[in-house]
Design a protein around this ligand. Structure first.
Ligand code: C2E
Ligand code: MG
Ligand code: MG
Length: 639
């Protein structure tokens, strides 16, 4: 076994073996002038004995020639902006096909030098870091396979020795396990991890969420850090599902006692969102590029975001929530008839269960028809029915296309039943199934009640008219703002002279007007900072973090005044209003509908609950309404 000693001081810690290394020094120029294909060809040569064996290939040359080096990318604390550590990333010669690690790793694989190459990278990282004299944490990549191999061959001490000799404290060393999908022997990895932990070295799981990473590995390795793959940390504003995955990973990290690091942060919005979701550490081009020098500070663009205490508006709070699945679909446990049940037998069944409004007909567990009690009994009671039809199958009196509702039916589908042409569900009710199998019956009024309840619940999340978030997400967002201690402005918008408009033109146009308010509010708010909620009716809540909120409110008021006129007819527009009955039934003139916005500034420590903020905003609205159209800013004591 030969040590690959190519650059500077001899390496004592890690033993990096290669089949042949002799005669390869000083070949750097030759190597760099060849293409990867040529390298591949060179790497395999005929041995004197005639067999084909692995010759010292291009990678070995690069390693020997000292042509590889590491760059360091900062990992930052997303709350304070301070640097938490640096990740070492290997680089080949600049402006060649072997500059990027993936090309080098592919070459190592081709040349069957993967383990050697990986250890070489660890060694290079340690040496360079040691030379820089940096006391901070060093994250170093190594595949699970190479780690297991190195520890089983050389023991964990070799790693510690290597670190110490390079002047790197093992406590400051974090091994990032890459390529975890290739873990062959989990038991062996488990053992390796125990050794590594015992040696005081910390582990991280790299690229979690990328393709084949497994939760099992996370639970087995119990790494101190888990790096979330960049796929899940990009464009979080638009990709709500990724934000939810990040949320979920946070929960898992708590269970396994790991700390999360978000990789690949490239934009300010993503950084803000990750910080607000509570991801403690992050890495990415926005914070700092991989460079040979060590970063003393993360880049200003990222620091600005981190120091800005404004919270991001989480897309899932803005999202229209669907009514979802019925949680409490009442089911009446009832026996069922089968295809052969006779009319006499069915009559007996109804007699035994006088409360049942209907009876299902079931064939091998699957419902095929529904028989309405009253209709059936009306037939059964007729003269000679029993004598003529008593023993015949009861199916003749059945509804063969009954309403069948699965236990986890979506409320939207049930609404479809309520609004369909076939209203037999009102008298016949419906059959309840679980995965297609009969479980019981339900009545029409139960169905109406369940759907209504579900809709009311859903409306608390999103207003069905404007699809804007309703009271629950509004409160949740206020809570987040209060928690963050950031300054914000709570505005309550309300229409003036809306009732007479509604009375005169009807609800349909009334709804149009409400949608107009919603559209203008959304249009004039910055979706990343400002939150628009629909409390109900013509009441809207806007929670501003944008500093130019006043101008935005004025624009909403002004544009509303112009656009709302289009909803009046020509005569009203000419007259500047309409004649309608007031609350006392007296006809009088009402000016065209306008918008009032009451605003209140909320500073750190002013309030503790969302309710208090909402009340304060409602007071601002009342004051604003007294003053007529426009923006009114409520001044609280001390402001
Ligand atoms: P990795 O360990 O997940 O490293 C992060 C990769 O993402 C690096 O690419 C880095 O330059 C890149 N990156 C960092 N911030 C951003 C960003 O904001 N956006 C985007 N799009 N990319 C970002 P690099 O250096 O090309 O490394 C690629 C992979 O190669 C690494 O992924 C790691 O798996 C492997 N690798 C790199 N260096 C070594 C090494 O020394 N040893 C071993 N075994 N593998 C290494
Ligand atoms: Mg890594
Ligand atoms: Mg990674």
């Amino acid at each position: 076994m030969l040590k690959l000693l190519c650059t500077g001081a001899p390496r004592h810690g890690l033993v990096i073996s290669a089949s042949h290394t002799h005669g390869l020094l000083n070949c750097r120029d030759t190597v760099l002038n060849q293409s990867p294909q040529e390298t591949h060809a060179l790497a395999r040569v005929d041995t004197p004995s005639g067999g084909l064996s692995i010759a010292p290939g291009r990678l070995a040359l690069l390693m020997e020639a000292g042509a590889l080096h590491c760059v360091f990318q900062p990992i930052a604390d997303l709350r304070s902006g301070s640097i938490f550590g640096h990740e070492a990333l290997i680089r080949g010669p600049a402006n060649t096909a072997w500059h990027r690690p993936d090309a080098l790793l592919a070459m190592a694989q081709q040349e069957e030098l993967l383990h050697e190459f990986e250890l070489f990278c660890v060694q290079t990282a340690l040496e360079q870091w040691g030379r820089l004299g940096e006391p901070g944490r060093l994250f170093v990549n190594i595949s699970a396979d190479a780690l297991v191999h190195a520890v089983s061959q050389q023991g964990p001490e070799s790693l510690l020795d290597a670190a110490r000799r390079c002047g790197v404290s093992p406590r400051m060393l974090v091994l990032e396990i890459t390529e975890h999908e290739r873990v062959g022997d989990m038991a062996l990895l488990h053992q390796t991890v125990r050794h590594i932990h015992a040696a005081g070295v910390t582990l991280a799981l790299d690229d979690f969420g990328d393709g084949r990473s497994s939760l099992r590995l996370w639970s087995e390795v119990k790494p101190a850090y888990v790096k979330i793959d960049k796929y899940f940390t990009r464009e979080l504003g638009e990709r709500t599902e990724c934000l939810q995955v990040v949320h979920a990973l946070k929960g898992i990290a708590e269970v396994f006692g790991s700390v999360l690091i978000a990789e690949g942060i490239e934009t300010r919005d993503d950084l803000r969102m990750l910080r607000d979701v509570g991801i403690p550490y992050g890495q990415g081009y926005l914070l700092g590029l991989p460079e040979q020098a060590v970063h003393k500070e993360i880049l200003t663009q990222a620091l600005e975001v981190i120091r800005d205490s404004r919270v991001s508006v989480l897309p899932q709070l803005q999202q229209t929530s669907r009514p979802g699945v019925l949680r409490h679909l009442p089911v009446i446990q009832a026996p069922a008839a089968d295809l052969h049940t006779s009319n006499n037998e069915l009559a007996e069944m109804f007699k035994k269960r006088p409360e049942l409004h209907a009876m299902a007909v079931v064939d091998q567990g699957r419902p095929v028809a529904l028989i309405n009690r009253q209709q059936f009994m009306n037939h059964y009671a007729t003269l000679y029915f029993r004598e003529v039809h008593g023993r015949k199958p009861c199916l003749a009196y059945a509804n063969h296309s009954p309403r069948v509702v699965e236990l986890d039916y979506d409320v939207d589908e049930l609404v479809g039943i309520l609004t369909s042409q076939d209203q037999r569900y009102l008298s016949d009710g419906f059959i309840v199934t679980d995965n297609g199998r009969y479980v019981g019956l339900g009545t029409g009024d139960q169905l109406v009640r369940s759907v209504t309840e579900a809709r009311i619940e859903a409306a608390r999340h999103a207003n069905p008219l404007t699809f804007l978030p309703g009271n629950i997400p509004i409160s949740m967002h206020i809570d987040r703002l209060l928690e963050s201690g950031t300054e914000f402005v709570a505005c309550y918008a309300d229409l003036n002279n809306f009732k007479p408009f509604n009375d005169l033109y009807g609800y349909w146009r009334g709804d149009e007007m409400i949608r107009l308010v919603a559209r203008l509010c959304v249009q004039h708010c910055d979706a990343r900072r400002d939150f628009v909620g629909h409390v109900g009716g013509d009441d809207f809540m806007i929670l501003f973090q944008s500093s130019n909120w006043q101008r935005r409110c004025e624009q909403i008021v002004e544009e509303f005044a112009t656009e709302a006129l289009n909803l009046f007819d020509e005569a009203a527009r000419q007259a500047g209003g309409i004649r309608a009955e007031d609350r006392h039934g007296v006809m009088r003139f009402f000016p065209c509908t306008t918008l009032s916005i009451g605003a209140v500034r909320i500073q750190r420590g002013d309030f503790r609950s969302a309710e208090q903020v909402a009340n304060e905003a409602a007071l601002a609205k009342h004051e604003a309404k007294h003053q007529g159209s426009g923006l009114h800013i409520r001044l609280r004591q001390g402001q």
